[in-house]
Design a protein around this ligand. Structure first.
Ligand code: OAD
Length: 252
């Protein structure tokens, strides 16, 4: 659908009290100017994730890993939420039972106003001590000299999930629990390549949810979708919601 006109079934589901689950990936931040991971111009095209996003990479070269994440944090701080983030924040306000499960670590959903959300892959704005595991929400800007250290003397690492690491269990369980009960699941801006996050739409579909995908490209999750919007989420999501009578703010 190129005009982003939702079906009557989708409008009804959006006007209902829920439960509604949204799963997002890097594509929802593309229109904010942040690179996705895969595909042309993606972060993993120019950088090998095994040297930047694994516990082994951090053990080998914490300085390099920190420079990569500091660069991404600077980019994220300079970016603004787009229509996709704003639409998902509007859904959070409009739907009685709602959860946003994001793989994104950039903080743009939070800045757009999403409250009921789980961060499946952590956050660029958190720090964790590799020695005592203390987590810090307050991000320190003065990370020099790299790598930063916790007061216990241990190295501080970015509070994100790396390849080979488990997801924050409670967050993943919350998403799966809602997937099992959801009437509607919106899957936006994810390639559906990284598990276990990519398993969530299948769980929902198996339990009878109406799955909708918003992505300019087909993905391994496309076959699960009853309805697909082939276009950028920042343009499509506000149009879909507004067609269902849910107002979306123009800026955060
Ligand atoms: P990917 O980079 O794998 O996929 C981005 C998806 O967004 C692709 O399917 C694009 O077609 C789509 N896309 C691009 N522009 C879009 C737009 N304007 N609107 C909607 N969709 C758009 O990103 P993720 O699926 O998020 O994990 O990747 C999953 C995980 O892999 C990430 O969380 C990260 C990465 O490695 C870790 O770092 C552990």
């Amino acid at each position: 659908m190129s005009n982003f006109e939702p079906s009557a079934a989708l409008k009804d589901l959006l006007r209902s009290a829920g439960p509604v689950l949204a799963l997002t990936g890097a594509g929802v931040s593309a229109e904010s100017g942040l690179a996705t991971f895969r595909g042309p111009g993606g972060l993993w095209e120019g950088h090998d994730p095994m040297t930047l996003a694994t516990p082994e990479a951090f053990a080998r070269d914490p300085d390099l890993v920190w420079r990569f994440y500091s660069w991404r944090r600077t980019r994220a701080a300079a970016a603004s939420p787009n229509g996709a983030h704003l639409a998902l924040a509007a859904l959070d306000e409009a739907i009685a039972e709602f959860l946003l499960a994001t793989q994104n670590v950039d903080g743009l959903h939070e800045r757009a106003g999403s409250r009921r959300m789980v961060r499946l892959h952590g956050s660029l704005w958190r720090l964790r001590c590799v020695r005592c595991q203390d987590e810090q929400d307050e991000f320190r800007e003065d990370l020099d000299p790299l790598p930063p250290r916790h007061s216990c003397g241990g190295l501080l690492r970015p509070g994100v999930v790396w390849f080979g690491e488990p997801l924050p269990w409670e967050s993943f369980e919350r998403a799966v629990a809602l997937a099992r009960r959801a009437r509607l699941v919106l899957v936006a801006g994810t390639s559906g390549m990284v598990y276990p996050a990519a398993s969530i739409p299948q769980v929902a579909r198996d339990a009878g949810a109406y799955v909708v995908e918003i992505n300019p490209e087909r993905t391994p999750l496309s076959h699960l979708a009853e309805e697909r919007f082939e276009g950028p989420a920042g343009a499509a999501l506000p149009r879909i919601l507004e067609a269902a009578g849910i107002p979306v703010r123009e800026s955060a």
